[in-house]
Design a protein around this ligand. Structure first.
Ligand SMILES: NC(=O)c1ccc[n+]([C@@H]2O[C@H](COP(=O)([O-])OP(=O)(O)OC[C@H]3O[C@@H](n4cnc5c(N)ncnc54)[C@H](OP(=O)(O)O)[C@@H]3O)[C@@H](O)[C@H]2O)c1
Length: 303
């Protein structure tokens, strides 16, 4: 299958690209910096800087992951615009490619996030739960709506409402491990907010699953069946590292330091992957402890 990816150089995209190339698929990637992308992608990958460069390339499937990182900068009005535009603009270009290709791709698996639901307190959340209206929700809703435009060309669209993606060498754990290794970890605020998470291998497997299953479309919560609260996450990571985690970070301090972006750390949703489980997807890493054990032991073997 010929797969076109955006965000192929990212934390998730790089691993997906490796797996797709190893499985014998033809891979094309859109990147803002094709030279840098060539250094991290499988050698046979075709890399261009614009989506429409692949208009006549016979693309059969699309995986759309590109976007400005959500937690790198304070959410000023300009940064919020960048977070939305960096996702919606490239998604619209993909829809244009679908409209103008002689034979449209069969499927587009497109990014979204647990932020779609906004702050949900302790309620159990599945794909039918009404969202809480806030910036993260509006960002994801615009991104999803842009992707769903491809449906009018006959393309099957599956949306990934992704939890925190965990693995060595990037993502959330790259930020959390240094303080926790020093014994300086601690919960955020009262620690009762949920942190849905997914091992990166399960996440890329879920993308492959959605690419392959012609009967599946619409939103899918991409997170392990056993989400944890921030307090449980903190405790489990500290135990795995054999370090104390006794220094809670007060919510008020996070709000002062990060502004509205503190909501990423202080609110969440008890999100469950109901539609993936109903469709028969099986997670290799169901519990946080099992995922962290695998990730940290791999890290150790590499040291
Ligand atoms: N990782 C997580 O925990 C997580 C959780 C929920 C949702 N997600 C979503 O899933 C997607 C993939 O996650 P990831 O962790 O692999 O992301 P990532 O490592 O931040 O990579 C995303 C890619 O998007 C491109 N990009 C970055 N800034 C951009 C900008 N301003 N304009 C256009 N393109 C830009 C980059 O590709 P080039 O430099 O090659 O152009 C980058 O490699 C993201 O959209 C993210 O929002 C991730």
């Amino acid at each position: 299958m010929h797969v076109l990816m955006t965000g192929g150089t990212g934390f998730v995209g790089r691993r997906l690209a490796e797996r797709l190339a190893a499985a014998g698929h033809t891979l094309s990637v859109v990147s803002r910096d094709p030279e840098a992308a060539a250094r991290v992608l499988p050698s046979a990958t075709a890399i261009r800087s614009r989506v429409l460069d692949f208009r006549d390339a016979g693309v059969e499937a699309i995986v759309n992951l590109a976007g400005e990182p959500i937690a790198d900068k304070r959410w000023s009005a300009a940064q919020k615009r960048r977070l939305v535009d960096s996702r919606v603009t490239i998604t619209r270009e993909l829809v244009t490619l679908c409209r103008s290709a002689d034979t449209p791709p069969r499927v587009m698996v497109s990014g979204s996030a647990m932020g779609y639901y906004g702050a949900q307190g302790e309620r159990v959340v599945d794909e039918d739960t009404p969202p809480h209206d806030e910036f993260a929700h509006r960002l994801c809703a615009e991104w999803e709506a842009a992707a769903r435009e491809a449906e009018s060309t006959g393309v099957r669209v599956a949306l990934l409402r992704t939890g925190l993606v965990l693995d060595a060498g990037g993502g959330t754990l790259a930020k959390m491990l240094p303080p926790f290794r020093l014994g300086l970890g601690g919960r955020f605020g009262d620690g009762r907010q949920f942190m849905p998470w997914i091992h990166r291998e399960d996440h890329v497997r879920s993308i492959e699953f959605l690419l392959a299953r012609d009967d599946l479309d619409g939103p899918f919560n991409a997170s392990a069946p056993h989400p944890v609260t921030n307090a449980e996450f903190t405790r489990t990571l500290a135990q795995r590292l054999h370090r104390p985690a006794l220094l809670p970070v007060p919510g008020r301090l996070l709000e002062l330091a990060l502004g509205e972006m503190a909501r990423l750390l202080l609110t969440g949703a008890d999100m469950r992957p109901r539609r993936l489980l109903d469709a028969g997807f099986r997670f290799d890493y169901e519990t946080l402890d099992a995922a962290l054990a695998a990730i940290l032991s791999r890290g150790k073997r590499r040291d």
